[in-house]
Ligand binder design. Structure first.
Ligand code: SF4
Length: 176
């Protein structure tokens, strides 16, 4: 699917950006395993759910058990201050904490405040969001699975569906 290819390319660009920030500012950044202050994700676009579902399909019991036992308001994928879907996390999770330009202001996690970032290390978040929204529109046109034909998906509601329902979406995705 074209939309999934575009999504993967966007992720590669974002990861290249954050790799460059990390290699430049290193230990001065507080973003690292164990810091979960920004893990409050509730909804995502359906195109972002696809890699998560493919990840889920490989270990449904582990993921279901972790989600089922959640009691806090944090992201359903946060477990013991770690992300259980880290390799397939959505784009917002890949940019959180790092300097982003939003409405002509540089936004940064307070824990990273005080670092002087060079302009090339500031991500233009509105451009990213515009690209992601366009990719998601294309995805909704390309996909014919009703559960994924939505503007946004509530993670808690989706992953608290019966496991058979989730796996049937995974199965349907294999046709794409
Ligand atoms: S998906 Fe992972 S990185 Fe993103 S908010 Fe949830 S736990 Fe945090």
């Amino acid at each position: 699917m074209q939309s999934l290819r575009y999504y993967r390319e966007l992720i590669q660009k974002i990861d290249a950006f954050t790799d460059s920030v990390v290699s430049t500012y290193g230990n001065r950044l507080q973003c690292r395993k164990g810091c979960s202050s920004c893990c409050i994700l509730q909804t995502i676009m359906p195109v972002e759910l696809v890699p998560i579902l493919q990840w889920y399909a490989a270990q449904p019991e582990l993921i279901q058990n972790t989600i089922t036992h959640k009691k806090s308001d944090s992201c359903i994928f946060l477990h013991l201050d770690s992300c259980i879907i880290y390799p397939v996390r959505p784009i917002i999770c890949r940019t959180h904490g790092y300097p982003v330009l939003l409405h002509n202001n540089v936004d940064i996690c307070p824990l990273n405040d005080g670092i002087q970032f060079e302009p090339q290390h500031i991500l233009h978040l509105e451009n990213c969001n515009t690209m992601l929204a366009a990719i998601n529109i294309l995805f909704i046109k390309e996909i014919h699975i009703p559960a994924l034909q939505k503007e946004r998906i509530n993670l808690q509601a989706f992953f608290q569906s019966p496991e058979s329902d989730i796996l049937s979406v995974v199965h349907a995705l294999k046709g794409y």
